[in-house]
Design a protein around this ligand. Structure first.
Ligand SMILES: [Mg+2]
Length: 206
């Protein structure tokens, strides 16, 4: 099988450290760690404006954030078994192409870069120029990932984003949806919710 694998919140523990830094900077309260997620940012309008949130995101991503993320503990062993069983892994992220160096260096440090046939980041031209710079743009990311999944003829895609998983599934691609507080509403015939890498591995037969 050819398997697409998203990075942030599928391989990398991302939303929790992001929101913690955000809360520290703007002195806002966060719920219990299990409920921390991207959905909370949408509720911050009265504390932090959308424009200021965009600036925070760019500042954070231009710093050391991506090089300091942890990975989910059972991810490397499952990736290793998938490759040993003859499957092909493609890392597909909506991080901008200009973040390739920090991304690949980090993947190498975590000893998982070599499991992937290729690492695909979102090229500059895939970004919607009318969209505010620095703002998370799931529409263009969903289009990008779905087109790439079709070009690469991926059989299954490991993803956490709501719109991206729905768009992939609508295009006929099977999705393993990594369970997070922000994606609990997603229900689709081709989407299977998994609690993490152990369950994903079991469903993929390793
Ligand atoms: Mg993600």
């Amino acid at each position: 099988m050819k398997i697409g694998v998203d990075l942030d919140d599928v391989i990398a523990v991302c939303a929790v450290p992001y929101l913690k830094r955000f809360a520290q900077e703007y002195k806002v309260q966060l719920p219990d760690e299990k409920e921390i997620g991207w959905h909370l940012l949408r509720e911050m309008d009265e504390h932090v404006s959308p424009d200021e949130r965009d600036r925070f995101r760019l500042r954070l991503y231009d710093g050391t954030f991506f090089s300091q993320l942890d990975i989910y503990q059972d991810c490397p062993i499952v990736l290793e078994r998938l490759v040993q069983n003859g499957h092909e892994i493609y890392f597909v992220t909506a991080r901008a192409e200009r973040r390739r160096m920090v991304t690949e260096t980090w993947l190498r440090e975590k000893r998982i870069l070599d499991y992937a046939k290729a690492v695909h980041l979102k090229p500059h031209g895939e970004f919607n120029p009318d969209y505010p710079r620095g703002r998370y743009d799931p529409e263009s990311s969903a289009q990008y990932k779905t087109r790439l999944a079709q070009e690469l003829r991926l059989d299954v895609f490991c993803e956490d984003d709501v719109l991206i998983s729905r768009t992939l599934a609508d295009a006929g691609i099977r999705v393993l949806l990594f369970d997070h507080p922000w994606n609990r509403d997603v229900k689709h015939d081709r989407v299977t919710r998994v609690s993490g890498w152990a369950e994903a591995g079991t469903l993929l037969g390793v």
